[in-house]
Design a protein around this ligand. Structure first.
Ligand SMILES: Nc1ncnc2c1ncn2[C@@H]1O[C@H](COP(=O)(O)OP(=O)(O)O)[C@@H](O)[C@H]1O
Ligand SMILES: Cc1cn([C@H]2C[C@H](O)[C@@H](COP(=O)(O)OP(=O)(O)O)O2)c(=O)[nH]c1=O
Length: 670
């Protein structure tokens, strides 16, 4: 093929000035078979180029290079990677026609490139490996520099990536369809990069031969063209530090999180206050507010129901002590999110709203005393409650909010601000995390109560709970009330699974403390998932056994120290102590007889505690009595030997006496 060698080394008509490096063709200049003429006058600065090892002719054997056929052509077709490169070379040969049309080209891996990169400078396959094709620009340096300078609109890396993306898929090239050839290996990405990219990485000018080029920093290998030197140097950079992939846009939810994260530490958002965030007062020791024990406000009862978390707690508690107000329940529970409280209170407020959906409307007194803009009553923060200064502050806050798109629009989430007619009762009644401002106590939450039933086996607890629930559901004069009946261990799906395990006796070999821990675990879930949410809704919760059973069974009867159980109770129960505990008392022999009769009827075997000896049950009875004596304000002992109706009557009387707001009426209770 010496005949084609001379012509091909001079450059094919479609690809003047290019040669392939490392290809094994018959025009190999090492073998001396190629023509000498193109060896001189093709390299930059007129240097001879082809004396280097492995510089061979481009285009030998290519279909449009002449009638001669390359002997390795069939081999290329069998190797997909090499086939892709061969087609890239083909594409380069058709480049001039494509360039005139402004078409994209394909590099050696089949990726499309803007034409200014492809035409004369790009086809440098860096590694010197035997059998690999490298294209070397052998045109004069000035011409190379002109071709290497990309147009401004293609200079940035983003443009380059977009070009790559556009090149994917099948693309018509020179009248033929060529499939894509993705880079076979990661290293091919570095090898496929073009020279402008190399220049950028080297901090050199694209022209490549002036001051500031890589040659100035590295001793130049004068035998190599400047672009090839640059590529060899850049390859190291590229393989170590590949170009950054475009980052996907952050998800809107993440953006929102980041916006919240920008809040200074200690500041929390107040959804009820459109004014935004508040910073709780710093602790004396610099501790975080959420780590601080909550301050006690008012009575222990107020603390139990979480009134300490309400700004109007003292006032509400005063109302309740007078008997004219309503209790707030169930806003304790550190694990429960505030919006849940808000939802519960909102629901309660909606229930209490007058029929027809009418809301409280602002009266003249509202406008007189610190009214808001356009005659609306001042709402939200107590500082805005009265006086022109506070009204002006309020207006300023509204104006600011109007221009802040990050803040929710007023009423956008369907919340209502209920303002009673007449003078504002007490603007301290702002509930953290919810919407109510200045509403009377009975609007804030529906009153509820937490009543537990305790006693030995077969005392009649389940029977009496059912009866009391029916009585309480009638509710007071204002209408029916929600009553939740539950039991321990159990009451929630997870707690029921613990119940099944512990009553099967699985923890008995581990001792009473292990059993107490299992009961505590069940209680934790029960409280979190059922009891506290129900109390927060204002429901009455009737529970068959609670923490007093742990004291009696695992403590007094099981031998566990009271201090241990008290600590466990403090951790698990916290402030959610029962309002009233009804202890059904009867001799254990009678209770066990009833329980066995019940079990036979239900065809179940006695559980782990029913199977205990009589002496164990006697200790239980003594323990329950002792608890009642220790806490007379909470506990009432009821004689459970009486007939069921008589016991039910005694239970109602106890509830009416201790929790009068739950009683449906005096006539019913009598
Ligand atoms: N006051 C009562 N007098 C007689 N039998 C009763 C009385 N109360 C409940 N029972 C019966 O005793 C059995 C156990 O009652 P139950 O309510 O299940 O007790 P506990 O829940 O305390 O184990 C049931 O069969 C029930 O019908
Ligand atoms: C709640 C609780 C129950 N128990 C025991 C008492 C009961 O024997 C058993 C619960 O069974 P249960 O069937 O609810 O009792 P009763 O037969 O009285 O209706 O679990 C404890 O030992 N510790 C506890 O804390």
């Amino acid at each position: 093929m010496g005949a084609s060698g001379t012509a091909e080394c001079g450059g094919s008509p479609g690809r003047p000035g290019f040669r392939a490096v490392g290809d094994a063709c018959e025009s190999d200049h090492r073998s001396g078979q190629g023509a000498d003429a193109p060896r001189r006058g093709h390299g930059p600065r007129g240097r001879p180029r082809d004396h280097r090892r492995g510089v061979r002719c481009l285009g030998a054997g290519l279909p449009d290079a002449g009638p001669a056929r390359h002997p390795d052509r069939r081999r290329y077709r069998r190797d997909p990677v090499r086939e892709g490169r061969r087609r890239a070379v083909l594409a380069g040969q058709h480049g001039q026609a494509d360039d005139r049309r402004g078409a994209l080209r394909r590099d050696a891996q089949g990726q499309a490139r803007p034409r200014h990169r492809v035409h004369d400078q790009r086809e440098c396959l860096a590694p010197r490996r035997r059998g690999r094709r490298r294209l070397v620009d052998v045109r004069p340096a000035q011409q190379q520099g002109e071709a290497a300078r990309p147009p401004a609109r293609h200079r940035g890396p983003v443009r380059q990536r977009r070009g790559d993306r556009r090149g994917r898929g099948r693309r018509r090239h020179g009248g033929q369809f060529f499939p894509d050839h993705e880079p076979a290996r990661e290293g091919d990405r570095a090898r496929a990069l073009d020279l402008p990219q190399c220049h950028r990485l080297l901090g050199a000018r694209p022209e490549g031969h002036g001051p500031g080029h890589g040659e100035a920093r590295h001793p130049p290998d004068r035998d190599l063209p400047g672009e090839l030197q640059a590529l060899f140097r850049a390859r190291v950079h590229l393989e170590q530090d590949p170009p950054a992939e475009p980052q996907p846009a952050p998800h809107p939810r993440h953006r929102r999180r980041r916006a919240e994260d920008r809040l200074p530490r200690g500041i929390r958002l107040r959804p009820d206050r459109l004014g935004g965030a508040e910073r709780p007062a710093p602790g004396p020791g610099g501790e975080r507010p959420q780590d601080r024990p909550r301050p006690r406000r008012g009575s222990p009862q107020a603390d139990r129901v979480g009134l300490s978390r309400l700004r109007g707690a003292p006032d509400l508690q005063r109302r309740r002590d007078r008997g004219g107000g309503r209790d707030l329940r169930g806003r304790e529970g550190p694990g429960r999110p505030r919006h849940q409280e808000a939802g519960a209170l909102d629901a309660a407020a909606r229930q209490r709203r007058p029929a027809g959906g009418a809301r409280y409307l602002p009266g003249p007194a509202d406008r007189a005393g610190g009214g808001g803009p356009r005659g609306r009553p001042a709402q939200g923060h107590p500082r805005r409650a009265g006086g022109a200064r506070h009204a002006a502050l309020h207006r300023r806050g509204r104006a600011r909010r109007h221009h802040d798109p990050a803040r929710p629009r007023r009423g956008a989430r369907g919340r209502h601000r209920l303002v009673p007619p007449g003078p504002q009762p007490d603007h301290q009644q702002v509930v953290t995390g919810t919407i109510v401002t200045g509403a009377p106590a009975e609007v804030l939450a529906r009153p509820g109560g937490f009543i537990t039933f305790e006693g030995g086996e077969g005392a009649g607890k389940s029977t009496q709970i059912t009866r009391l629930a029916a009585w309480l559901r009638a509710g007071p004069d204002r209408g029916p009330r929600e009553v939740v009946t539950t039991r321990e261990p159990g009451g929630s799906p997870r707690a029921e699974r613990i119940r099944a395990a512990v009553l099967s006796g699985i923890a008995k070999p581990h001792g009473p403390f292990a059993e107490a821990l299992m009961f505590a675990a069940a209680r934790l879930d029960h409280l979190a998932t059922l009891i506290r949410p129900s109390l927060a809704r204002g429901a009455v919760v009737l529970c068959d056994r609670f923490s007093d059973s742990t004291r009696a069974y695992q403590g007094a009867a099981g031998g566990l120290e009271p201090e241990t159980l008290a600590a466990l109770e403090r951790v698990v129960v916290g402030p959610t102590r029962p309002d009233l505990t009804l202890i059904l008392d009867l001799p254990p022999e009678i209770g066990l007889a009833r329980a066995r009769q019940r079990d036979r009827a239900a065809a179940v075997t006695p559980d782990r505690f029913e199977a205990e000896a009589l002496e164990f049950h006697q200790r239980l009875r003594a323990a329950f009595r002792a608890i009642a004596e220790a806490e007379p304000g909470r506990c009432v002992v009821i004689d459970a030997q009486a007939p069921p109706d008589a016991v039910a009557q005694a239970v109602r009387a106890a509830v009416a006496a201790r929790l009068p707001h739950l009683a449906p009426g005096v006539s019913d209770a009598a």
